[in-house]
Structure formats: structure tokens, C-alpha cells
Design a protein around this ligand. Structure first.
Ligand code: GSH
Length: 219
């Protein structure tokens, strides 16, 4: 157990879980990682997150906190070093707005597109692409959404740099054509090359196998 009594219950393939791992690592917070089998949930998970029964769950001094965005805010408020959210309330509001927008429009639509075919797939791809066009404008001319360093919104969107290309491959679709999304493409590589992030990603080949099986189970 880490000296700060922090545990993270997560699943190796979860983009939501990685948000929390990245935040903890960026802030240098010692923690114990506990792998959960989301297809055969442990009593520990059911006790810690009886409402949602999902990972990730952060446990700080025996107190569980669910939901990745909520956990990120909890971490940022509890450990003040290397702040993730911007300092100004207005900029904080904007970061939260874009995080929510991307979750509802890009992540959900890309997942549906990966798991479906025909018209449903096309619809999902179009929703995700249109939403990504808005993000493309936001990131133009910046290294990270947070400016010179990785912040809350970069962590929230981080899955786009690593999970989305796998989902595109598994779903045989293209949402982010680099020639149409040069700024997001540059951001993806800035994000993946960050020393903390590049050492904290699941193996791509294992992801391909896993998401292929999810697609088969859900389509
Ligand atoms: N909105 C949640 C978050 O951001 O934390 C999503 C969490 C989520 O969907 N976790 C998945 C899970 O626990 C793993 S990737 N699934 C189990 C289930 O849905 O029963």
C-alpha cells in the first residue's frame, strides 16, 4: 500500500481507468493498483461502488470515489501539486464543458460505431467526426489543451490518442483522418510522447484482441 493510503480499482483496458492512473502519476501520488475483472465483479467492487458497479474507483483513506471525471477533480482538490484544472473559474468551466462534450459526442458515438455496421456505423462515425471538428479548432496552435503542460482536458481526451485508433481498426472505420485533423493529430503525438503517458498505456496488441471480442459480443 502506498504511503498516502490511496487505492485504485480499475481494469487494464479501461480508458476511464487510465485517466485516473495518469493523474496520479502526473502528481506523483503513491497508490496501490487493484485489477478488477469487470466480467466477474469482485465483492470489493460491489461494496465500493454499489450504485454503478463500474471501474474506476479511487479509494482514499477507505473512502471510495467513483466516476473518472469526478475522481480527477477529487485528486486535483486533494493534492494541489501540478494542478490539472486551470486556475480561473471561467477556464475551469470551459475545460469541464469540452470534457463532457467529447464524452457524449465522440466517445459514445465512436464506441457505437465500432460495435455496429451499416447505417448505425455511418451515423456514429459522422457524429464523432463532427464533434471532433469542434475540438480541432480548440487545439489549434497549442501543444496541449492545458497549454504547455498536460491538464484536465488532455487527460479527459487522452483516450483519443490511443484507444480511438484501436477502435477505428477494430471497427474498420476512420473517424480522425490526419489530413483533415492535423491539429488533433499533432496533439495526439504530443500526448503519447509525454514521459508519464508513454510509460502508462496498455499493450496495443492485447487491446486489439480485447476490443475485437467486445465488438463481436455487442454487435
Ligand atoms: N462514466 C464512467 C467513468 O468515466 O468512470 C464509465 C466507467 C465504465 O464504463 N467502466 C467500465 C465498467 O466498469 C469499464 S471500461 N464496466 C462494467 C459494467 O458496465 O458493468
Amino acid at each position: 500500500m502506498g504511503s498516502q493510503d490511496v487505492k485504485l480499482i480499475s481494469f487494464w483496458g479501461s480508458p476511464f481507468g487510465y485517466r485516473v492512473q495518469w493523474a496520479l502519476k502526473l502528481k506523483g501520488i503513491d497508490h496501490e493498483y487493484i485489477e478488477e475483472d469487470i466480467f466477474n465483479k469482485s465483492n470489493l467492487l460491489l461494496q465500493l461502488n454499489p450504485v454503478q458497479k463500474k471501474v474506476p474507483v479511487l479509494v482514499h483513506h477507505q473512502k471510495p470515489v467513483p466516476e473518472s471525471y469526478i475522481i480527477l477533480e477529487y485528486i486535483d482538490e486533494t493534492w494541489k501539486q501540478s494542478p490539472l484544472l486551470p486556475q480561473q473559474p471561467y477556464h475551469r468551466a470551459l475545460a469541464r464543458f469540452w470534457a463532457k462534450f467529447a464524452e457524449e459526442k465522440i466517445l459514445d458515438a465512436a464506441w457505437i460505431a465500432m460495435c455496429s455496421s451499416g447505417e448505425d456505423k455511418e451515423k456514429g462515425v459522422n457524429i464523432a467526426r463532427e464533434a471532433a471538428e469542434k475540438l480541432e479548432e480548440e487545439i489549434k496552435g497549442k501543444k496541449f489543451f492545458g497549454g504547455e503542460s498536460i491538464g484536465f482536458l488532455d487527460i479527459a481526451l487522452g483516450w483519443i490518442s490511443y484507444w480511438l485508433p484501436v477502435w477505428e481498426e477494430v471497427g474498420d472505420m476512420k473517424i480522425l483522418d490526419p489530413s483533415k485533423f492535423p491539429a488533433i493529430t499533432a496533439w495526439m503525438s504530443n500526448f503519447l510522447n509525454h514521459p508519464v503517458i508513454k510509460d502508462c498505456l496498455p499493450p496495443r496488441d492485447k487491446m486489439l484482441v480485447y476490443f475485437h471480442s467486445r465488438r463481436e459480443a455487442l454487435s
